[in-house]
Each structure stands twice: as C-alpha cells, then as structure tokens.
Design a protein around this ligand. Structure first.
Ligand code: ZN
Length: 164
C-alpha cells in the first residue's frame, strides 16, 4: 500500500466523518495496521493512504493495535510535554513537538463499538498526531516557521538527491 508523502495535497485536506461503520471497516482497519507495521511506524491515518475518512490506527510497543473512527479529543491536560516525532509521510525527518501530556478521547472501533480512553505519554502523543492528520495538519505545521522552513528545505534536498 502506498503511503502519501509530504507535498501531496491530500495530506493538507480535512477528512470526512465515517457515516456508517459497516463490516468493510474491519478490512480497512487491518490494511491500516498492516501498512503501519510494514513502515515500522506507530500510527497511520486514512488520509496518508489517500482515504479521506476520519479513521486512524495506532500501535505502540507493549500495547495492542487500536483503531479510532470519528474520534473526538474531549479533554487535553494543561501540562505539556516535548518529544521527538516522525511521520510515515515524511520519512527521515524528526523534530521535537510540544503536545498535551494527557488526553481524553472518544471514538468508535472497527466493529462500530464506541469507547472512551484517557491516556498519557506516547500513546496520547500518537493519537494527537494522527488526529491532526484527519484535520490536514502535519507535525511540521506545529513547528515555528523558521524551524519548519529550515528542516523542510533540508528534507527536500535529501529526497531530491535520492531520486536523482
Ligand atoms: Zn504522521
């Protein structure tokens, strides 16, 4: 499965809510998890595979794979944390991003079952990163403009060199 890369317009578009979570979402969920494992990532959102729907998969070490459909971030802690992030759509680029330490999220899983989750640390961070993808936001959009320009320029040079 192809993962869209930085520069693709769909990565900057807002995804649509899923209307009905039918049985086909078990397959879509399995495809997302497979692609994130193949890419050695910890999260992958629908728009990254060109599916403009509000669905993402998260799988961090020591946890089970989790699917979020039509998620809402219902609470974020005032306490913030800084941590280095990467993205399967921007391979090889990493930068520190500030995000809330703890969040409460509500969503549906691939079987159409609603759930609530209160999580901290890495899991909260990945959920927020993937949620951003549904809004058309990349982690590089959360950096200061000079920093963003600097690292994207470097990244573009590297990828251009690789292609030639
Ligand atoms: Zn990402």
């Amino acid at each position: 499965m192809e993962i869209l890369q930085l520069g693709h317009e769909l990565l900057h578009k807002k995804a649509e809510p899923v209307k009905t979570i039918g049985p086909e979402y078990q397959k879509i969920a399995a495809d997302l998890v497979e692609a994130l494992h193949a890419g050695k990532g910890i999260g992958l959102a629908g728009p990254q595979i060109g599916r403009m729907e509000r669905i993402f998969a998260v799988h961090i070490e020591g946890d089970v794979p989790r699917i979020f459909i039509n998620p809402s971030i219902i609470e974020t802690s005032k306490e913030m944390a800084k941590y280095e992030e990467g993205c399967l759509s921007i391979p090889g680029l990493y930068a520190d991003v500030m995000r809330p330490q703890t969040i409460k999220v509500q969503a549906w899983n691939e079987n159409g079952k609603p759930f609530n989750l209160e999580v901290s640390g890495l899991l909260a961070r990945v959920i927020l990163h993937e949620y951003d993808h549904l809004e058309g936001i990349l982690f590089t959009d959360r950096l200061s403009e000079p920093k963003r320009n600097r690292i994207i320029e470097k990244y573009t040079k590297q990828t251009t060199r690789k292609k030639t």
